[in-house]
Write a protein that binds this ligand. Sequence first.
Ligand SMILES: [Zn+2]
Length: 499
Amino acid sequence: MSHRWSLRPGLALVCLLFACGAVLSVHARSVLPQSAAKSTSTNPQAKFTFDFGPAAPWTAPIHWRYNGAGEPQQFPTTLSVAALQNAMAKWSAVCNVAFVYDGPTAIPPRATVIDPIQGTVPDSINVIGWGAAAPFIAGAAGVTFPVPYLDDNGNITVGDADILLDNTGRIPSNGVLDQIALHEVGHMLGLGHSEILTSIMSGPPVAPYSGLSTLQTDDVRGCRCLYGPAPGQGAAYTCSLPKKVEFGDVPTGAQSTPQSFTIFNDGNVPLTVNDITSSGTELRLLGGCPAGIVLPPGARCTEQLAVVPASSGFRAEILTVATSDGNYPVPTTFNALSATAPHVAAVEYYNPVLDHYFVTWLANEIAILDAGVKIRNWVRTGRTFRAFPVEQAGASPVCRFYIPPDKGNSHFYGRGTAECTATAQNNPSFVLEDPAFMFMVLPAAGVCPVGTTPVYRVFSNRADANHRYMTDPALRDAMVATGWLAEGDGPDRVVMCAP
Ligand SMILES: [Zn+2]
């Protein structure tokens, strides 16, 4: 007797959708902010994930049925069943998971039954059928509904996994049907979305969908970690690597608290660890898995590692564990603290006569404006943002131009060398007062690194040109509502990032 136990009711929803790259790349960035100094990687790579927190396989061959209700004319039952069986055969060819087709059924996907103890529960019959996927996930071409069960030994297994193929046009061709089937069957057998871009199972929230149609290394490893290699196959692989290693805050120049990861040979033939290398220069391997070590099946080694940041800021380095089963990426992250990061407050002033804004961090300018004698009519708005007064690793110069009276009689702060150069070229009459008035961090596609604050800029769009800078998006929106123009990058219009 087994009883059902829902780990995350309603959350075990997985999908396949297209045309979501823009949104997803934002997610990817928020997970892994770029180092300003290096790292062209925009996606962390990580191990395969599973449908449920603890990896949960089926404990017996996966029986399934097909419901042809609502199937598109171009995908008649024989074709659809063949496509699904073909997808299942691809998985069965690389790992020890078996599927049994029990024929057609009139039971729809996601049917429930009444359990005398638990009430309404999934019916434990795996049905693959057609319907609109959008009600479950917008833009989805297929949705799988895996349900975790608890068996008599207290182990989590998959107990029901129906698949809904979209019949509203998200699957336009046989090729796409093959892709969707391969991906959704991966969910059915217990795999979640991988963070590795080049895999069948890649998907949100970290990676976009791959659009691939053949199983990739990461897919094969994920399936083998649930089921082992296919019968008769000799394979070495490891399932013990972490999704990532996080060092947290580390003072610049100091060695972090060591972390470790274990390479366990989950396969049935020896696994050789050829080498472990880093994409950067700040990680230190402290030993444990020497190059060339051979791990027999069931053996392990544990590598210790630490980070010694050379400069401040958040960074990620990818460790590559090169093995006889190919490369395994191990992302690492750390946030290097600057012991002496000096910052100043850029103070905002408003002149009601001119209806102009101005910011400065210089003590002598602040004193003059506060005194209101030599230069009159400027009052503090009470708003400030942080800036570096001197060059900092990861920060860029902000130039200050004086806009002459005929063009506005105000000041403009350009972020980074590119904008400063362009401003000077496009406005020969502007006076470059300082090519590096202060130093700020630049956003990447409108996203500020972790630990920094977005700074917004609006332009008055009047003949007497004036700009205002602020960290409060509500204030920015209020300015825009009165006719000022928001300038900056990305959906949130960010120009620079305050330390
Ligand atoms: Zn999916």
